[in-house]
Ligand binder design. Structure first.
Ligand code: HGY
Ligand code: MN
Ligand code: MN
Ligand code: MN
Length: 408
């Protein structure tokens, strides 16, 4: 007997969630642990309460929403994702995975289906790493990659700690971090890239995630007068940073394999003024590659270019390592369950590696894990124009439902 999810109900829930913390151009802005993030969590918990589900919250704000099974002592089969967004985020990144999980629970209740294992819908705190670096830090804490103290003391640009922000929205839970143990985890997410849409396919069977490394670079030169200081006498921190960005950008573009990703997402020029030669600059660096050796080589090139830029401009450079996430390979059983579910529904599908990081990366360190992708418009994400069609959202939720049930 196949169980069909209700695509319209899922779409309506997605749009209701999108109304919380709306961005100025039709997207979403629910930075982690802000009142908007809290409102999104509370809306979800309202919906879950209506289904008679129980919720545990751990010490870093992860939500574990439980649907009872016939054998309560078995470890839950889980799904989930994140509700926090980028400042200029879209309405589907993370949210689709959470609300598709809710749709599965709604569908099972509607059809009066009780699984053997308990089921769990998980909302991981601060997946984006935008307000508090690093990304995926709360799923990482659950997985044992970070200790709770480290996570609670991460600070945002205003010096507010993760722990203070969590307390302020009332989501500091008493479930010990690391509980509960999960039997399987499957995360549905938009692809956030162009592959599925270009191929006219509906489902990505995600076999793993590429490696990622984050750094901050502080360039320290000398602030000076814009009018009186000859060019040859300057130690211009911003010009040095610009040279680094230009050199590494072209290095990545020239990579014939097309797998090198370098992003300079933030550039801070403290006390900047239009008629002062910038004395200090802080630049963020996000390096990604599909294998760890290539990532090592990319990191080495970054270091070499940085040294050369420092010398050329007479500027000191200091590198702070913020985060490293190695190439991740997902679990064959979960991958097979997803593939089987997609093919049984005759959805056009392919196996693929994720370019974006996801909570599933850390969950997979402790729990058999895999992911399902659906296409998004022009592969656009981390952009308010992000869009996934109601059909693709429904197909992704259907594969999620079938795959979870097949693991039970
Ligand atoms: O950075 C990432 O890939 C994720 O969206 N946090
Ligand atoms: Mn995401
Ligand atoms: Mn994201
Ligand atoms: Mn992500």
């Amino acid at each position: 007997m196949t169980t069909s999810i209700n695509g319209e109900r899922l779409w309506n829930s997605l749009m209701a969630m999108a109304a919380i913390g709306p961005g100025p151009n039709g997207g979403s802005c629910r930075l982690a642990l802000t009142p908007e993030d809290s409102d999104g969590r509370l809306l979800l918990l309202d919906w879950c309460e209506a289904l008679g589900l129980t919720t545990q919250v751990d010490g870093v704000g992860n939500l574990f929403i439980r649907r009872e099974g016939r054998q309560p002592d078995l470890p839950p089969i889980a799904t989930g994702s994140h509700l926090d967004t980028q400042p200029n985020g879209g309405r589907f990144d993370g949210v689709l995975g959470v609300l598709a999980g809710l749709e599965v629970f709604r569908t099972l209740s509607e059809h009066d289906i009780t699984t053997t294992h308990p089921l769990m819908l998980v909302v991981w705190t601060n997946e984006e790493g935008s307000r508090f670096a690093p990304a995926m830090v709360a799923s990482g804490t659950w997985a044992g990659a970070f200790d709770t103290e480290y996570t609670l003391t991460r600070t945002d640009r205003d010096g507010i700690t993760f722990g203070q922000a969590l307390e302020a929205i009332g989501f500091t839970g008493d479930t010990p971090v690391g509980e509960p143990h999960l039997s399987h985890f499957i995360e549905l997410h938009i692809e956030q890239g162009p592959v599925l849409e270009a191929a006219g396919e509906s489902i990505g069977i995600v076999t793993g995630v590429q490696g990622m490394r984050w750094f901050d670079v502080v360039f320290t030169g000398q602030s000076a007068h814009a009018g009186t200081t000859p060019m040859a006498a300057r130690a211009d921190a911003l010009a040095a940073a610009a040279r680094l960005i230009d050199r590494l950008h072209h290095y990545a573009v020239a990579d014939e394999t097309g797998t090198t990703r370098i992003t300079f997402g933030t550039l801070d020029v403290p006390d900047s003024s239009r008629n002062v030669v910038p004395g200090q600059v802080r630049l963020s660096v996000d390096l990604r590659q599909t294998d760890d050796d290539a990532l090592d080589a990319l990191q080495q090139r970054f270091r070499t270019e940085l040294e050369a830029c420092g010398e050329a401009f007479g500027v000191q450079t200091h590198v702070e390592r913020i985060w490293a996430s190695p190439v991740t390979h997902f679990d064959p059983t979960c991958i097979a369950a997803i593939e089987q579910a997609a093919r049984a529904r005759h959805y056009r599908c392919r196996k693929m590696v994720s370019g974006a990081g996801h909570d599933a990366v850390y969950v997979s360190r402790r729990t058999p894990t895999a992911m399902i992708f659906v296409p998004c418009w022009k592969g656009l994400s981390h952009n308010e124009a992000e869009y996934a069609s109601p059909e693709h959202c429904a197909q992704g939720a259907q594969v999620l439902c079938d795959a979870l049930l097949s693991l039970d």
